[in-house]
Design a protein around this ligand. Structure first.
Ligand SMILES: Cc1cc2nc3c(=O)[nH]c(=O)nc-3n(C[C@H](O)[C@H](O)[C@H](O)COP(=O)(O)OP(=O)(O)OC[C@H]3O[C@@H](n4cnc5c(N)ncnc54)[C@H](O)[C@@H]3O)c2cc1C
Ligand SMILES: NC(=O)c1ccc[n+]([C@@H]2O[C@H](COP(=O)([O-])OP(=O)(O)OC[C@H]3O[C@@H](n4cnc5c(N)ncnc54)[C@H](O)[C@@H]3O)[C@@H](O)[C@H]2O)c1
Length: 446
């Protein structure tokens, strides 16, 4: 078979490039090795947010039980029922994703692809000659030199649990560990997070992370810092994690939250002349392989921007333009909002204070506690704060960091202002619907 484009991976990045090229009249094939649908829809953002929404609803009802929500404080997260609800979102995805690809005229193949040469690939024995290829295979849990790592469960396993184990140890203090820890605790588990460095959630503002850690501990989640996991051994009824410094922690389940790496194994990249260094594809500024100009990459597999869904989507738009209009477009990762869906959630866009200091960038800090804001008080939440970095003189917003119930939505307004070149003063004058999370922004900016 001959195609203009073969896409590897049916996640956010792969489907977008495939669809755009097909609309332009190209003959496109897409191959998926697992279920059609990708991480975000099946094993990441979407199912996680279903659990988070239920956990948040249960906790909000508990917090407000003495304040007008009837029925007492007995509302809890029922994990088994939540799992069934989650499946109502994820179960239909593989079939509907495959159908929509086929409806668009894209040849949807299931199997393990392997390059045979610079313009040839095999999918389970079928040979395909391509003009272009896109590697959009996403990421997988990093393989780390930890003895007994076969005892680790992954976020895929966690999000598929029928019942919540009694106790969990989460290795790493990043997005996955914090999000899963907050869910597991609300479902009644004893939870321990072991972070190897001296602070968790590195991409976020240090002071707000400290507030979140304090809150996390107050919820009964143990957060241990400077604890590099060295070994995981089977123990009575579960596992024991041993840290390099002699400390050890037991749990019925041990979860991998140690970072993810591009999923490139088994693709036969050498045969295609596609170089890889330290587990990452070598790409030019146009997301094209430095060794084979037919081959592009996007999203988590490209690992050029942060491993987030909006980045995968942005990369895909860039690659589609480069394929269809010639290689002129570079990705722009300067304004990437993101949120950690803890309870309360934490959100960020732009520079952290540490990055501004490191780069010698002048900034004015506007910070405050939001626990007594009406929008926070009426949710019963007691932890909320903001920290904004504004350029002295121009008033440009350099970074925005929010902790609190409305943080993940409000951060998008800061991202919009930064993208539109709107300074702090113009943003504070913007009329917003009231009372909403957005209407707090004027108060934050003073
Ligand atoms: C638990 C979890 C929660 C997350 N939550 C968020 C969130 O809230 N917000 C956010 O922005 N991001 C979140 N992310 C990150 C986000 O899911 C990814 O950044 C995004 O899905 C990347 O999209 P992609 O298209 O690059 O890759 P993917 O969506 O991973 O798609 C890659 C596809 O390629 C397939 N594949 C792999 N190897 C091969 C192969 N050899 N051949 C063919 N196909 C292959 C995979 O099966 C998969 O379907 C989360 C990730 C995880 C793990
Ligand atoms: N809400 C979201 O947007 C969201 C949610 C989940 C995942 N993601 C994406 O997926 C990526 C992977 O998530 P993740 O949580 O696995 O990784 P992460 O990069 O967020 O965090 C990994 C953590 O593990 C620590 N670590 C590394 N080795 C260790 C060791 N031996 N012992 C103890 N700690 C160790 C690191 O210091 C780091 O804090 C994220 O970076 C993010 O891009 C996003």
């Amino acid at each position: 078979m001959d195609v203009d484009l073969i896409v590897l991976g049916s996640g956010t990045a792969g489907v977008k490039v495939a669809t755009r090229c097909r609309v332009a009249g190209w003959r496109v094939a897409l191959v998926e090795a697992r279920q059609f649908g990708g991480t975000c829809a099946l094993r990441g953002c979407e199912p996680k947010k279903v659990f988070w929404t239920l956990a948040e609803a249960a906790e909000r009802a508990q917090r407000l039980s003495a304040k007008g929500v009837g029925g007492g404080g007995g509302v809890t997260l029922d994990w088994a029922a939540a799992q069934r609800f989650k499946r109502s979102f994820t179960d239909p995805v593989p079939e509907s994703r495959r159908e929509s690809l086929e409806r668009a005229g894209i040849i949807a193949l299931h199997g393990q692809p392997r390059f045979l040469g610079p313009d040839r690939i095999a999918v389970d024995g079928q040979e395909i000659r391509f003009r272009h290829a896109l590697i959009a295979t996403g990421a997988e849990p990093a393989e780390l030199p930890i003895a007994g790592r076969e005892n680790l469960s992954t976020s895929d396993d966690f999000l598929s649990l029928e019942d919540m184990p009694k106790s969990l140890v989460l290795l790493g203090g990043g997005y996955i560990s914090f999000e899963c820890a907050h869910l597991a605790r609300r479902a009644g588990a004893e939870v321990t997070i072991l972070e190897g460095g001296d602070r968790p959630l590195a991409p976020f503002d240090e002071a707000l992370v400290a507030r979140l850690v304090e809150k996390t501990r107050a919820l009964g989640i143990r957060v241990e810092l400077g604890c590099k996991a060295a070994a995981i051994r089977a123990d009575a009824g579960g596992f024991r994690v041993e840290c390099g410094d002699g400390r050890s922690f037991a749990g019925a389940m041990v979860l991998h939250g140690l970072g993810r790496r591009p999923a490139l194994s088994g693709l036969g990249l050498e045969a295609a002349g596609v170089p890889v260094e330290k587990g990452r594809l070598l790409l030019d500024p146009y997301l094209r392989s430095t060794g084979n100009e037919r081959v592009f990459a996007a999203g988590d597999a490209a690992a050029q921007g942060p491993a987030l869904t909006p980045v995968a989507s942005h990369d895909a738009a860039v690659v589609a333009r480069n394929l269809l209009e010639g290689c002129h477009t570079k990705p722009d990762y300067s304004v990437v909002p993101s949120a950690a869906f803890t309870l309360p959630p934490l959100a960020a866009v732009g520079l952290t204070e540490a990055q501004a200091k490191e780069r010698g960038i002048d900034y004015e800090l506007r910070e405050g506690d939001m626990a007594d804001y009406q929008s926070v008080r009426r949710t019963g939440e007691d932890t909320a704060a903001y920290r904004l970095l504004v350029a002295p003189g121009s008033g440009a917003i350099l970074g925005a960091h929010l902790l609190g119930p409305e943080a993940p939505d409000s951060i998008n307004l800061f991202a919009l202002a930064m993208r539109a070149g709107m300074g702090a003063e113009a943003l504070s004058r913007m009329m917003t619907a009231y009372p909403t999370g957005g209407s707090n922004i004027a108060s934050m900016l003073g």
